[in-house]
Design a binder for this molecule. Structure first.
Ligand SMILES: [Zn+2]
Length: 600
């Protein structure tokens, strides 16, 4: 058994999440974590809502609420959505806890003490009416290179050149149209070039990464610049240095605080379990976490934060950049083992967009369809290694042809036939070559499917699991146990059904990481009792250090199926099954497309 950290991207709490978000990191990280637990590893799966930064401040202002109130609202919505999908977080928390603030400030101090954070005076854009930093992408103006009139402060979408906001002609705020003021302002910068060599060496030692992620990350090292880690904004983590701590106008930049969430959430989890040092088993680079591995799950737009910036923070805090230094109070910390990035999900050929209503929110989806139907689609047809389009027609087709007619039908016909003819799991006698061959297909599935999930090839993995299902359906059609009715044929009928049910049980275990809700039901239909696929719970907790209470996702995942074939026991009573999956009417497609068009 080893310690496996599943570090899942932090959804930004400025609105409900759509199915594109959960396709990229949510479901794949849960499939991986569930499989690793079933295979006997000690998994810690953490994440939370990312709640600081200008977009939340801007939206809160527009809605007439405080940023905290806005974050509270969407933190709860997101917690409920992820719960509905059955995502098995050990802790899903948020960045507004006092624990998170303390860990962020500790990392800042450690990096500062080692010389990797430097102060600089820069020309920054502020909003004259609020005094807040106007981030580059909130400034718009005419491109000085090509004359495009809607260039952004960070780049021109027309000619593709990188820009600084003060280069724009007629700059204006995208928030309220006013002309930004450019003023000298002091900020702290992370000295990224001091990590180029250490990160390069670390990247050279990476194995099994998706090649595009590795190549992209290496290219980033060629042009590392110091990066601002503070902002003129009152919403965020205070800067933990004398003279700065009590200032209301300067805060740590949201990206710096959010990426530290993996560590702070692990520490919060440990504190909540009553063993405050337990997080070290996943994190201590020179202690009990030495043999741990850490997998980070995200969409491709976040690769830079996980393959360059987060490693830089960890190296600097551990005293391992060009300037050396001493490890901070938490000790030397583990770098990512693997950065698992997915591509984009589009929607009926278009980019997801809340404002243009090209969107399906997780909540709306789960109100009309089962979580496992979505989980199946994401695993079988999601954006694992290519941008992928979600269409309602394809969703309905996969649900009906594969889940219902393939897997659901196998479960239903084998259990109902055994229940009707025997009332229990019949015994197997005198196995034929065909019987043994099918049992072997299912048994070898454990190695094949497990290895593929371990390599983040979930599409191939669920394909292999469904191949076992297809083989079992073929076997049933060929053996036709419904024809074996006479008294002499009865033992053979029982044997065929026993073999089929054994393969249903095995296939159900193989599908458990992907389809946890329905696998629990199939387990029970086969006469199983207790927990087969453990589920997360929403728990209202008090802030550990005196802040306001909040909802988290937690769970006890120690029980449940192991990654192995469990022999069925003849004589276990069976009842006529209820269908596990719902067939969808073809009219669903038109209804959903009409819904998408509404208000567009
Ligand atoms: Zn341009």
């Amino acid at each position: 058994m080893s310690h496996v950290l599943a570090a899942v991207a932090w959804p930004y709490a400025n609105g409900p999440r759509h199915i594109g978000h959960v396709s990229g990191f949510g479901v794949p990280s849960d499939v991986f974590s569930r499989y690793m637990r079933m295979a006997g590893h000690d998994v810690l799966m953490v994440s939370g809502t990312d709640e600081h930064g200008t977009p939340i401040q801007v939206q809160a202002d527009a809605d007439g609420v405080t940023p905290r109130e806005l974050a509270d609202r969407y933190n709860r919505v997101i917690v409920e959505d992820l719960h509905g999908l059955g995502l098995s977080y050990d802790l899903f928390t948020r960045t507004t806890t006092r624990n998170h603030y303390a860990v962020v400030q500790d990392l800042f101090e450690g990096l500062f003490a080692n010389g990797y954070i430097v102060a600089r005076t820069t020309l920054g854009a502020i909003s004259p009416s609020t005094g807040r930093t106007l981030p580059d992408r909130y400034i718009e103006g005419t491109c000085p290179i090509c004359g495009y009139d809607s260039a952004r402060g960070d780049q021109c979408d027309n000619c593709g050149n990188q820009l600084d906001p003060e280069q724009l002609i007629n700059p204006r705020s995208r928030i309220n149209g006013e002309t930004p003021q450019f003023v000298e302002t002091e900020h702290f910068f992370l000295d990224l070039p001091a990590f180029a060599e250490a990160i390069g060496g670390w990247l050279d030692r990476r194995e099994n990464w998706r090649p595009n992620v590795l190549k992209f990350s290496r290219n980033l090292l060629d042009d590392l610049q110091p990066r601002a880690i503070t902002r003129d904004l009152e919403w965020g983590v205070p800067i933990p240095l004398d003279g700065w701590r009590d200032r209301n106008d300067k805060r740590i930049y949201v990206w710096f605080d959010a990426v530290i969430g993996y560590l702070s959430a692990s520490i919060e989890w440990a504190r909540r379990t009553g063993d405050p040092e337990a997080w070290r088993k996943w994190w201590s680079a020179d202690g009990e976490g030495k043999d741990a591995s850490a997998y980070y799950f995200m969409g491709k737009d976040n690769i830079v934060f996980h393959s360059v910036i987060w490693p830089a923070l960890l190296l600097g805090y551990s005293g391992e950049g060009d300037k050396g230094g001493q490890p901070g109070g938490l000790g030397k910390l583990n770098l990512p083992t693997e950065v698992v990035s997915s591509e984009y999900l589009t929607m009926e050929g278009k980019k997801f967009s809340s404002s243009r209503r090209v969107v399906i929110y997780v909540r709306d989806f789960l109100e009309r369809y089962d979580a496992d139907a979505l989980r199946y689609f994401i695993a079988a047809a999601g954006p694992e290694s290519n941008d992928t389009d979600f269409t309602w027609a394809e969703f309905v087709r996969r649900n009906n042809d594969e889940l219902v007619a393939g897997w659901g039908n196998l479960v239903n016909r084998s259990i109902s036939m055994a229940a009707k003819n025997f009332g229990a799991i019949p015994p197997a006698v005198d196995l034929t070559a065909e019987d043994r061959a099918l049992l072997e297909v299912a048994r070898t599935g454990f190695a094949t499917v497990g290895e593929l999930i371990g390599k983040h090839r979930q599409k191939a993995a669920i394909g292999e699991a469904m191949r076992v299902v297809a083989e079992a359906n073929k076997y049933l059609s060929e053996q036709a146990p419904w024809k074996l009715k006479s008294e002499e044929e009865k033992p053979r009928q029982g044997t065929v059904l026993h073999v089929a049910l054994q393969v249903v049980s095995d296939a159900n275990t193989l599908l458990t990481p992907f389809l946890p809700h329905s696998s629990q039901k199939v387990f029970e239909l086969l006469g199983g009792t207790g927990v087969h696929a453990p589920m997360p719970k929403i728990v209202e907790v008090d802030d550990l250090d005196g802040g306001p209470a909040y909802p988290v996702l937690m769970g006890d995942y120690t029980e449940g199926a192991r990654w192995e074939s469990v022999p069925l026991v003849a004589g276990t009573p069976l009842a006529a099954p209820k269908p596990v999956f719902r067939k969808l009417e073809p009219s669903v497609v038109d209804e959903e497309l009409a819904r998408l068009g509404e208000g567009a």
